[in-house]
Design a protein around this ligand. Structure first.
Ligand SMILES: C[S@@+](CC[C@H](N)C(=O)[O-])C[C@H]1O[C@@H](n2cnc3c(N)ncnc32)[C@H](O)[C@@H]1O
Length: 256
């Protein structure tokens, strides 16, 4: 049963961060609010890729609601088009009242990985979207997922191959991941130490894998489709991947 406070927070979340720069749709913001505010495992939240702090604020406030001590986030803030001054994320976190609640590591995720040791209840990956980048993040941190924890990748069905392929190969075909799906472009799955708890989801995950696999030829090798026909074909196959927003209660039931 979803508490009234969390339900209200999920609904209000897009408005809370409307002035913070970022790349999340409103339904994705609501999903992050739900993920952060649903304690499905013990452990903390780690965000890879913060930019100006849009998802950081949402996750920190959600974690606050359920009594977490803090969340962690990592971003060097100097990667290509995402170059963003440290002062801006600091200001956005301060304005939202969560600055002291976020352990912000200004470095590349692969630099943080060797020193990371805490169990994770939520691993949110929104950093380097290349295949090598997304694999490095998965390999660096997924083994810290707590039993029942959630992994979530942004832009799984956008024009990037990293999150798509890693979500397909390392998550959907992994016997430890059970309930899984897409909410907007966020690919998510629940981790179980004992594969027996994941088994009942295998057929559904294979079906999702099959649908997602049709997108791979359009984005493999880091290429995004450029001509009209390829873009339209990609979008056609994407329509066939279930990725609608669910009522929070329904999602919680599906993931349980
Ligand atoms: C799409 S933006 C993140 C957006 C943010 N999550 C939001 O909700 O607005 C991607 C971010 O990932 C960061 N990034 C890229 N490679 C990274 C890496 N290897 N480790 C950590 N962060 C990285 C970039 O600096 C950029 O700020």
């Amino acid at each position: 049963m979803l508490g009234k406070t969390l339900t209200e927070y999920v609904t209000a979340a897009p408005e809370i961060v409307k002035n913070v720069g970022g790349y999340l749709s409103d339904r994705e913001i609501r999903f992050l609010a739900l993920l952060g505010g649903s304690r499905l495992a013990d452990g903390e939240i780690l965000e890879i890729g913060s930019f100006q702090g849009k998802s950081t604020v949402i996750l920190a406030k959600a974690a606050n609601l359920v009594g977490d001590a803090r969340i962690s986030a990592v971003d060097p803030l100097v990667v290509g088009e995402y170059n963003s001054p440290r002062e801006l994320i600091d200001k956005n976190l301060s304005d939202a009242g969560v600055k002291d609640f976020v352990d912000f590591h200004q470095m590349m995720s692969h630099e943080l990985a060797p020193e990371w040791s805490q169990p994770l209840r939520l691993l949110w990956i929104d950093g380097d979207h290349s295949y090598v980048g997304a694999s490095t993040d998965f390999n660096g941190f997924a083994h810290h997922l707590a039993d029942g924890g959630i992994i979530a990748f942004h832009d799984t069905i956008n024009f990037y191959d990293g999150s798509l392929r890693v979500f397909m190969e390392d998550v959907l075909l992994n016997e430890h991941f059970g309930a899984a799906g897409l909410w907007g472009t966020i690919g998510w799955a629940r981790y179980h130490t004992d594969p027996a708890f994941a088994l009942q989801h295998r057929q559904r995950n294979l079906d999702l894998y099959r649908r997602l696999s049709r997108l791979v030829p359009y984005v493999a090798f880091g290429n995004a489709p450029t001509d009209w026909w390829s873009k339209a074909s990609f979008r056609f196959h994407r329509c066939r991947v279930p990725h609608q927003e669910l009522a929070p209660e329904k999602w919680l039931k599906a993931v349980a």
